[in-house]
Design a protein around this ligand. Structure first.
Ligand code: UD1
Ligand code: CA
Length: 450
């Protein structure tokens, strides 16, 4: 049977105090709904998100980022059962339907797999709380099968003593769900159509309903900024633990944000305030110092990224030193044993093995040979206002400080450029080019001025 996941996300989220819909609030470099959809995609054949409050914004976000995900409109929020009903036309009886909440973002694939492998026609995800106030209580028979869920508002004092509560997530056979939804009523304390009433409807028919317990941390809901912050810190800890399990050394696990995927060889270390985004891979013995951002970067063995460096879509070889305060932009390829120092920006630039740009340079659209030395203040003038042009710098060349290399231009192998030059013509191999105003001396000029 295929799995159709319905994600409830029509609620208002008033307590966020924000113009952004609740499920688009940021989390772990992404947002609540993206996390739930991405997790659901691992096990689902179909996904439908029930939208209501600010539905157009949410729909266009979903269409733009997850074209295969459908949406169903719930224009009036009349309860969780009503919400599922709005998507019922998209469900087929031979599917298993998984219900998730858009504002419960940390549910894991492993927990969903547990529900799926229960093979039961209906399984509830529950949790045990020392203070179950506000939650629906799971009422079970002596064999441990769920008979019904009683909402806190509707529960008797005896029922309120039950600590096993419903998390909101359940997996139920489509045929059973479609039928049960037809008989939902709203004669309860909230005058809502409760999804949870499906449990009693099915158990009365003789369906055996399992409840599988979740780690409460995973099924925390987010209703306000405080809870969002709490969930962000749980996520940060969960991710940092993954890195520690991989064998990384973290100076402070609470000050590393893994917002993408990181793979690393042995003996890598990450200092505080580091953000990892996209796909990052580290060789062995790589050192990432404090306040570094790495996004879609690969770094070779024994390289060191010094503090306050920002690397995006870059490939760094082995035994390199990058930063402090380096900015490597898209298409930067740094060879082995190379060095990029402070306040150097690179973009679509290859730096050969052993080459150095130690301070204050802009290297864009450039191909720089092995062991070249780029002086402080070197600028590749790659943009004329319309087109981008390329600069080529040969192996073993030496670019003196404060040189402007006006592209397109080639500097030959082993060539020298004098400090302060504006280079507009190609420089042959082994030549010296000097392109600057000649110095003049006016003796006693200052004296005569008076
Ligand atoms: C629900 C459960 C309760 C469970 C709790 C866990 C019901 C009746 N009760 O209660 O047993 O312990 O979750 O957190 O299901 N939503 C819609 N449309 C609606 C109503 C809700 O899309 O008309 C969405 C909300 O945006 C939210 C989710 O469904 O993401 C849960 O709704 P909420 O009103 O918070 O349910 P609870 O009353 O907390
Ligand atoms: Ca809730």
């Amino acid at each position: 049977m295929t799995i159709h996941t319905i994600i409830l996300a029509a609620g208002k989220g008033t307590r966020m105090n924000s113009n952004l819909p609740k499920v688009l609030q940021p989390l772990g470099g992404s947002n609540l709904i993206s996390r739930v959809i991405t997790t659901a995609q691992k096990t689902s054949d179909d996904i439908t998100v029930v939208v209501g409050h600010q539905k157009n914004l949410l729909k266009s976000y979903i269409e733009g980022h997850y074209p295969s995900v459908k949406t169903a409109d719930q224009d009036e929020q009349l309860g969780t059962g009503h919400a599922v009903k709005t998507a019922v036309h998209l469900i087929t009886p031979n599917q298993r339907v998984l219900i998730l909440y858009g504002d419960v973002p940390l549910i894991s694939n492993a927990t969903i797999q547990n529900l799926i492998s229960s093979e039961s026609p209906c399984s509830l995800l529950s949790m045990v709380l020392s203070d179950p106030t506000g939650y629906g209580r799971v009422i079970q028979d002596s064999a441990g099968h769920a008979l019904k869920i009683t909402e806190h508002k509707d529960a008797s004092p005896e029922e309120r003593k039950i600590n096993e509560v419903f998390t909101g997530t359940m997996l139920v056979d489509g045929g059973l769900l479609i039928d049960a939804l037809k008989s939902l009523e709203n004669n309860n304390a909230a005058s809502e159509y409760y999804l949870t009433d499906v449990v009693e409807i099915l158990s009365t028919k003789g369906v055996k309903i399992n409840s599988i317990q979740a780690n409460p941390q995973e099924v925390i809901g987010v209703n306000n900024k405080k809870e969002l912050h709490h969930v962000e810190s749980i996520l940060r800890t969960m991710n940092a633990e993954k890195l520690l399990d991989q064998g990384l050394t973290l100076t402070d696990a609470s000050r590393v944000d893994l917002r993408g995927e990181l793979s690393a060889g042995k003996d890598c270390s990450i200092d505080v305030n580091v953000i990892i985004e996209g796909t990052v891979s580290l060789g062995e013995n790589v050192t990432i110092k404090s306040n570094v951002i790495l996004e879609n970067v690969s770094i070779g063995d024994n390289s060191v990224i010094e503090p306050f460096s920002h690397l995006v879509s870059a490939i760094i070889g082995s035994n390199c030193s990058i930063g402090p305060y380096a900015r490597l932009r898209e298409g930067s390829e740094i060879g082995n044993n190379a060095k990029i120092g402070n306040f150097v920006e690179t973009k679509k630039t290859k730096l050969g093995n052993g080459a150095k740009a130690n301070h204050l340079a802009y290297l864009g659209d450039a191909d720089i040979g092995a062991n070249a030395n780029i002086g402080a203040g070197t600028i590749t003038c790659n943009y004329d206002g319309v087109n981008k042009s390329k600069t080529t710098i040969g192996d073993n060349s030496f670019i003196g400080t404060n040189s402007s290399l006006v592209a397109p231009v080639n500097i030959g192998k082993g060539a020298y450029v004098g400090a302060g030059s504006v280079i507009t013509k190609d420089v042959p191999d082994e030549a010296l080019a000097v392109g600057r105003g000649k110095q003049i001396i006016k003796e006693d000029w200052a004296k005569n001025k008076k």
